[in-house]
Design a protein around this ligand. Structure first.
Ligand code: FAD
Length: 342
């Protein structure tokens, strides 16, 4: 079939308009990636001349519906029900599927978190459309094509793959946390809030969640303002105590390169980078980390980067706002001591 003829037979998608962000929350607190996606969604919506909308699901989450407006949503759908208090795939995906059918957004975005991946995947199995996972760049082609250009690293970050969904709507993607920037919160910005009904079905309770047990002591790199990260240059697990002391002094958390994680010096939950977490702190210390692309892809959006490395040629210095060439075992305790004195 010629391209021309294939285009002639393309369905008419004009009923699908608008960008929808599915807001993720836990215990009534939104994940920052949701507001980051609203910021990015607003840019896409402006190019398409459509509104950016948000969907808030949960129980007792009316405040989040308002907050979505503060972070840029023009219109917020709000679904509140006691049975939606905790995330469960089936009832949550039913709410999103129903909204897609009713509101017909042309683009739907989710955070690429454990929950967002589960939800988006479940929804994609019910629709003929595709799902681009783990995107780090989003753009749109202007009308008439209105195509979402969803890009993600491929081949160990050596190239970017841009994935298009030409044949179906909505166009769906999950996006990494920490990559996009949220709009500054503005409490005088108001969205139109529309409550949507939810009726529980017996099949929704295929698995009953009795309780969520929160792991204590688990670190949250994605939301940290200050990260003190260490790499192979530390030479073993013990020097991480020195990094922890600096992190505690500054009110931050400890991160790590994969080399340190693979060596068993620190748990994977601390890993920053391609196969770890993408972070966007205000301050990032890279200590004894060379700056391989698989590491820098996860931290290059940090506001200020301080690199400490004994090798003046280490690639990490290309990303550093402040570079200290020298032995980390002398420099880190000196910084900690100075910070404690202040
Ligand atoms: P090295 O590259 O060995 O660097 C150690 C640095 O410490 C050197 O620059 C050295 O000069 C410095 N140093 C040594 N001693 C001292 C001292 N006393 N004082 C000061 N400096 C000192 N890596 C990640 O980090 N995150 C990922 O998510 C990730 N995912 C990957 C996915 C794939 C598919 C692949 C192939 C690789 C991935 N990697 C990842 C690994 C990555 O390629 C690098 O191997 C890794 O980041 C190197 O870690 P490093 O910088 O700690 O170690």
């Amino acid at each position: 079939m010629s391209t021309e003829r294939a285009e002639e037979q393309m369905p008419d998608w004009s009923a699908y308009r608008g960008v929808l962000i599915v807001v993720e929350q836990r215990d009534g607190e939104a994940k920052p990636v949701s507001w980051q996606l609203l910021g990015e969604g607003k840019k896409l919506a402006a190019k398409l001349d459509v509104p950016v909308k948000a969907l808030v699901i949960g129980h007792g989450v009316g405040h989040l519906a308002r907050e979505a407006g503060y972070y840029g949503a023009d219109h917020v759908y709000w679904c509140d029900h006691p049975e939606l208090a905790n995330y469960r795939t089936r009832p949550y995906s039913r709410v999103v599927l129903q909204l897609i059918e009713d509101a017909k957004p042309e683009i739907v975005l989710f955070g690429a978190t454990a929950t967002g991946r589960d939800l988006a995947g479940a929804i994609a199995t019910h629709l003929p459309t595709g799902l681009t996972a783990d995107t780090t760049e989003l753009d749109v082609e202007p009308p008439p094509s209105r195509l979402l250009l969803a890009s993600r690293p491929a081949f160990s970050e050596k190239m970017m793959a841009t994935i298009l969904c030409k044949q179906y709507r909505p166009q769906m993607a999950t996006a990494r946390a920490g990559v996009f920037q949220s709009l500054p919160r503005n409490d005088s910005r108001e969205a139109a809030i529309e409550e949507i009904a939810f009726r529980m079905e017996p099949a929704d309770i295929a698995a009953e969640v009795l309780d969520f047990v929160r792991e204590t002591g688990r670190i949250n790199l994605e939301e940290a303002d200050i990260i003190v990260a260490g790499g192979r240059g530390l030479g073993g697990p013990e020097p991480f105590a020195m990094l922890r002391e600096l992190a505690d002094t500054l009110g931050g958390v400890v991160g790590a390169s994969r080399a340190a994680v693979d060596a068993g010096w620190i748990k994977h939950e601390h890993q920053v980078g391609q196969t770890g977490q993408t972070v966007r702190p205000k301050l990032y210390f890279a200590i004894g980390i060379s700056g391989a692309v698989q590491h820098t892809v996860g931290m290059s959006n940090s506001e200020v980067v301080v690199a400490i490395n004994k090798d003046a040629e280490a690639p990490i210095f290309q990303f550093a706002h402040y570079g200290i060439v020298g032995d980390l075992f002398k420099i880190v305790p000196a910084i900690t001591e100075e910070m404690k004195r202040r």
